[in-house]
Design a protein around this ligand. Sequence first.
Ligand code: UDP
Length: 477
Amino acid sequence: MASKQLHVALLASPGMGHLVPILLLGHNLVTHHNLRVTILAVTATTTHSLTQLLTSFATTTNLSIIQIPVADVSSVLPSDTKVITQICVMMRETIPAIRTTLSLINPRPLVLIGDIFSTESWQLAEEFGIPKYVFVTGSAWFTALFVYSLVLDKKVVGQYVDKKEPFEIPGCKPVRPEDVVDPMPNRNDEAYKYYLDLAIGVTLADGLLINTWEDLEPQTLDALRNNESLSALVKHKPVYTVGPVCKRYEPEPDMLQHEVVKWLDEQPDGSVVYVSFGSGGVLSVEEIHELAWGLEMSGQRFVWVVRPPVGHDPDSSFLKYGQFDGPCDYLPQGFLSRTEKVGFVVPSWAPQVEILNHASVGGFVTHCGWNSVLESITSCIPMIVWPLYAEQRMNATMLTEELKVAVRPEVLTTKKVVGREEIMRLVVDLVSGERGKAMQMKMNRLKEGAKKAISENGSSYISVCKFIEDCWYRIIS
Ligand code: UDP
């Protein structure tokens, strides 16, 4: 058994938030567990940031990347279709291309791992007679709500967001109505039906790999494995913790040349707040203005990745892999010149991990995408949470109320505009106040826990070994 190399195919749906952790998981399986990995990256468009990302993994021995252009669904879907519906339909229509690609790979993969949007491909795993595992790129708490949505759908009458009481998830922390995952707020939208289909797909996998670690979410992980009501939903299949799967900071000469890194080199330690809303987050004009004024009034140093405003709906931008063009003329008049000495504005895309690991950075205003959360934890940077879409409201609640490594505005960022005074207060408190220091200490413990989990003989390392052992068992029996 040990003499044969396990060949795994990893399937990623369009969008940075899934592709990044899939590439990193593949890299981890190759470099730390001696597997052979083929990554099938279904991509919607080719942008500079995407090409850069794929190129950075291309030279890894035993790791191949095959880009599969997503099927053109523009004639089937209206342009205002929700992103979750778009991705589901794209993945479904791309199945024939994935089948052809899989059949041409030599030697044939023995295992298929797909993200939550890839579960349509379970039919291919059946055809090829190989086991199929889902890689949940979010938290265990999100995973629990996701599969339990199948029960809530039958139990709850009316809209989830109209309920007053939190939703009980067996063995887990309850989820407040305003925190539910994005397609849940509107049960009448067809995106909600697709969401439930995805949840069914997860329950049909031969096992779940989750981008978390035992010490971070012990209660939820225990519930997913041992609470009868929850564990039965995933047919008592194994739950492996593989996280944190996130980019680790390794100084790269190219990045050190990056203008923003050069600017950070000149700032005092811990003095800069980094502001970024992931690969797809966009703010309204009003939000951009309030944020700009809040930053300026705080007098703190900042790096801000800015995007053109498209209103609250990120759907149209999510599949662009962070590529947004044009001048920053949507910022308040004179903002750039007034903040020239303390601020650095990056249009579109910035080297996030390099920034978070820079000594001058002391805080992060984040939309709470799970990758950003993990990158912040592993860089030991406390946060101001500004959730926008997907499961980000749950992540924000976990960070502020449970882990206590972040603060949040009083208003819900998905419902109301955060005012400049509040932004100013939060930023000052985070970067130079006592609260920031207290959070930093808690962050330190989390960071150490994360490091331990992925080190040799740490809980996630052992969990991946167990996953590989179980794969072999399934393949042979
Ligand atoms: N990212 C980056 N530069 C940017 C914006 C995002 O490198 O300017 C990376 C970020 O480090 C993370 C990923 O893109 O790895 C975004 O994933 P996340 O889950 O945080 O959010 P999503 O984009 O899926 O909403």
